[in-house]
Design a protein around this ligand. Sequence first.
Ligand SMILES: [Cu+2]
Length: 469
Amino acid sequence: MDYTRRRFLQTSLGALAAAAATGLWPVPGQAAAEHRVELVAQAAKISLGEGPEFEAMAYNGQTPGPVIRVREGQSLNISLKNRLLRPTTIHWHGLPVPNPMDGVPGVTQAAVPPGESFTYRFRARPAGTYFYHSHQGYQLDQGLYGALIVEPARPVGGWDREEVLLLADWVVADGAGLAHVPRRPAMGGMMGRGSAGPGGPLAEPYYQGYAVNGRLYPHGSPLKVKKGDKVRLRLINASSSTTYDLCLAGHRLTVLALDGQDVTPRAFDVVRLAMGERVDVEFVADNPGAWLLQANDSGQGESGLAVAVLYQGAEDRAPVRPDFHPGLSLATYWDLAAARPVAHPAGPPQRWYRQVLSGGMHSPYWSINGRLYPNSERLAVTPGDKVRLSYLNRSMMPHPMHLHGHFFRIVNFALPPERWLVKDTAIVEPMRRLDVEFIADNPGDWFHHCHHLYHMGAGMANLVTYTGA
Ligand SMILES: [Cu+2]
């Protein structure tokens, strides 16, 4: 650092301390200034490393968009400029922001028209791994997403390196993910679901590639390690309709956090990650060689999504693929607990809603309690309520259910409630039940939906609505 810059920093830190002492500025340790970001949503020609260039949607010309990294408690000021031909918004997935900042068109704001701007302002807390994405139409599937990392207020170290890995499913054609690409047929392949006709919902496309940070394997950056390194990976599933089972050949993955919230660390062979979920894992580089961190599509077998992990001296070797055999240990919600006790009131919930998830087969629609958004029910809550949602999945597909504006706890009778997992997205497996509870502590109308983008678009959503006390 040159003298001038050091001098400037000393002077401004001195001024900051003086201002804090007089109470005019935030106390040191809290962020003083807003962290400003400009995100321009715009069509862009994209290459995933191989195959044709195609037109997708991007933030600042890139997909994923820029990594936004801030300190816990810092104020964010994010200016969205819409240079698309369609309206757009940004949702801050997992962060309990004030309702008007949540970015759901028609619920928390009017979508930003082409040529116009909108400024999102909120405090980044709590610490964790999050992401941002458009909540308009199918734009998430066309490339409008990026990582949002909130560092703890007090830095936590211990890793030799950290990587943010965004996982995404892609259609390699102009308009990525739009109506004119081939669609998966219905279960059993008897009737093409296609769309339900003009104006109806779309079914998910056949994906042609699975990318990490916008690159298909082997065109992405390998993770280069040396023996003894401790590596932290922040894995974010920004896919629209793919759940991954991740495995690193030659190593186990220790789960550190789910949806950005710390868990008691525990090592597994395979980590499952549904759309909208995040998992922080670490591994110790104790097995020199060239290895592949690979994700299988948990419904379809091999996805081709992979990242090479190359030790010093093994950079030129062909990476060893993991063997997904049935004896591997899979991390499930029932194997993990909150790292620290997080208060959760005892006693029965004040509100208890049953949420029957159904659809698929020979229908293009996906419903909650037989109803389709926007004609779905409203889940009324009063500030301070403990609210239970009992999901009953009566379909043959998993549904990663996501609640905006709140964290929920995964009800687990094997643990005391203060150790229940803190999450914002939870997979409800086919033909299974899953219960979650949340405290109604963030007033507004909040979107609650399946994070399978094409299920959401086909009706699988409703609103949590606050009413007076
Ligand atoms: Cu779903």
